[in-house]
Design a protein around this ligand. Sequence first.
Ligand code: PEP
Ligand code: MN
Length: 333
Amino acid sequence: MKTGASRKELDAVVEKAKSCDLDVQLNMGTDKVVVAILGSTTGQLDTGIFAVLPGVESVTRIMKQYKLASREFKPGGSRFTCGDVEIGGERVVVMAGPCAVESETQLLEAARSVKKAGASVLRGGAYKPRTSPFSFQGLQKSGLELLAKVKREVNMPIVTEVVEPKNVKLVADYADLLQIGSRNMQNYALLSVAGRSNRPVVLKRGFSCTITEWLTAADYLLAEGNDVVLCERGIRTFEDSVRFSLDISSIPVLKKFSHLPVIVDPSHAAGHYSLVPAIAKAAIAAGADGLLIEVHPNPKEALVDGLQSLSPSDFTRLMSELKVVAKAVGRYI
Ligand code: PEP
Ligand code: MN
């Protein structure tokens, strides 16, 4: 309460809390009164209902807003399987493939090479959320069909992006894992529909979002009963020598506050193929459960994100280096 707040103002705050079925504890300081509002649902409460009352100086949230994504909700940590690939276990899961599905030859070549190098999930975007409406938007439905065809050839689970609620059903018919991209992390309508898809979701971090906003967005998917894996892919900072700044500290922070598996996308963070290996190794050393890496059979010809895509030979070399890092931190690939 503000210094000098009246008894009547204090009583009104207490009344408001009681009307919400919450308990209160008053802390009478020499100058100020601090009202502790107690209850298991305070994390989900709109603090504004107290902040607007006369005599209130400020309201500080103690409980986190997210609930289902929190570590308290599931202290042991989540793991789930996708095909025969376990996510969140001892094994570091590497998902790799082109940014966008471009053709059958491109996808098949990428799939064969990443599988040979030890990746266990194939990535490839059929629907691309592009900054400009004039850029290549992906092969869409025919891209999904190519993913299904190549999946039959190489026998790898598929992760592919869904960008709008009306396509969730269609994409889920082809994908083993749905990707929700950075630009859609807070598209709550999409999250709710994807939550009901029966396909685990790779939820990328919005590049201007806090960890709390990210975990609270994950609650939308978890509330529908779905499995979620979080993907750190870099955030926007003042630094302009990389495409985004990879927030390496989000990995231990997420591990501390959430039970969800965490993977890292070094490709979109780096924006340049030469930076991808160091970031990928750092991610595993910091405790990531997996990686999502862009690999193109011929990066120079890529329709999207060629500069940050690894060639099959660079990816193969990186995988052998990653094995060493994984072993050093008690994991394997
Ligand atoms: C992608 O994975 O190709 C992509 C568009 O990523 P992001 O949503 O992280 O930008
Ligand atoms: Mn990309």
